[in-house]
Write a protein that binds this ligand. Sequence first.
Ligand SMILES: [Zn+2]
Length: 489
Amino acid sequence: MTDKNSYDILIKNGTIIDGTGNPGFRADILVIGEQIILIKDVDPHSITAKTTIDATNMVVTPGFIDNHAHGNPLNTPEFKNFSAMGVTTIFLGQDGVSSENISDWMNDVDAVELAINIGTYVGHGSIRNQAGVKLDPKPSYGDRSKMARLVDEALEAGCFGLSTGLEYQPGSFSELNELIAIAKPVGKRDGVISSHTRNEDDEAVQNSIAELIEQGEGGNCAVNISHLKVVYGQGVPRAEEILQQMKDARQQGVSITADMYPYQASYTGIGIVFPEWAKPPYKYEEVVRTQRDELASFLKKRIQMRNGPEATLFGTAPWAGKTLKQVATELAKSFEDVLIDDIGPKGASGAYFVMDQELQDRLFLDPYIMAGSDGSPSMRHPRGYGSFAKVIRYYVKEKKLLKLEQAIYKMSGLPAKTVGLVKQNRGLLKEGFFADILVFDPDQIKDVATFENPHELASGFDWVIVNGKIVRSEGEFTGQRPGKMLRKR
Ligand SMILES: [Zn+2]
């Protein structure tokens, strides 16, 4: 162990793509313990290594960082869906939802044997509940101060930032003064706000982004748009308007980025199509009784704007795998009646085919936009199993819209910089950095998951190394669990 020429891992003959976006170069990598010790040409006769990985005709990249993921590490600490697509670190606590006692939760996660690294945001909705504000649309100055203090404590405990879910209750009840109050502790501690913005529909998305920019400006902190999309928007020029808005904000001094998954369908609760006036504090049964016609015409119009009932694919029992149109045919009634009587605003989750490929592709090419799966091991959407593989297969190999180096940057260096992980020596291949490393042949990368079979592991990531330990070896899981609960320092 103390022999200066003995190493744990030698990765030889690969092309190093270091995660900065710079061109790949030929070099070997030496690892001792959790750390990358050397990146240079090594004479294999001059050293000994416990494991030697021959990376001839392969690339060596940082492990991918998923800045927007879902799942419960206490239930699925292996997270094979993520590591099989090259992800070695995920960020949870998204869309305004985290554990209400985040410090205890992090300790609980420490106690399980993780296969990948976990970081977390603290959720605004959870903070609202914890502070007793809940669905109050006008929290007092004292309430806002209390929420800000809870955010500050969560960052002190190691959260990397604050997430908001302004399209969901209770976040939907908040106004700008509250958003700025809770942004200030994030700015003070150099964290980031990741936001599921208030409304992603075409006519509202830019106002929603403007609100996030104002929050960042007011709190003097970096902001990130979660799963950027323009629901039922169309075309490249529309994407360019959004990108221009983000660029203008950066020129005004607000650091703004976004994450995206490479699919044209979103996935969330069916409540997304119901009006606010059919949700708490209003009683749904009473709304159905007194405003049925109004509700039916709202749902009909909204579903039609969202590409019709064939574009809503249920992901939960008893209708999993069927579209709203199929269910309506089966039950021999209109789709709006199905929504009102058989499902209701809390009765299902589903995938919604509401995005335009040209628009979304143009957004993704922007250098301030990173990959993020928004997926989980259990969600019936291929993004939780395929996103990072699909970026390589689709954008790099098939469409040739990105160079491999640019794609790797979007999946490692950019998310690492955004959440502050580069400061903790993660997210790049550099001497002294943690050995979160992938070795693969880009031509072999395949996202296997589909909407019909969403839980198929990606293939092609032959070697996946987390904290210097091999989690996947020649495409097979080794059973090693070297992951860590990461904390902001
Ligand atoms: Zn979201």
